[in-house]
Design a protein around this ligand. Structure first.
Ligand SMILES: [Zn+2]
Length: 80
């Protein structure tokens, strides 16, 4: 499980998410995740791999990317 978690950057928060679901419930956590991945400018939902917003180009695309940019960037380079 630890290896699985470390493989891809969108799993960085896996442990934290599991804790949060336990504590706040799935629906609260899910609403928070939508917020966490949404563009602060236009509220478009982005993925962990969109460094800039897919709609308005605002960078970082969301709070998740802002927090984990350094961990995400090498994976994006590898994919392109
Ligand atoms: Zn945007």
């Amino acid at each position: 499980m630890k290896t699985f978690q470390a493989q891809l950057p969108h799993r960085i928060e896996l442990w934290k998410s599991l804790e949060r679901i336990k504590e706040a419930g799935y629906e609260t956590w899910y609403a928070e995740m939508i917020e966490h991945y949404s563009c602060p400018e236009c509220h478009t939902l982005n993925s962990a791999y969109d460094l800039a917003c897919r709609r308005c180009g605002s960078s970082p695309s969301c709070a998740y990317v802002r927090l984990h940019k350094d961990e995400i960037a090498p994976h994006i380079t590898k994919m392109t």
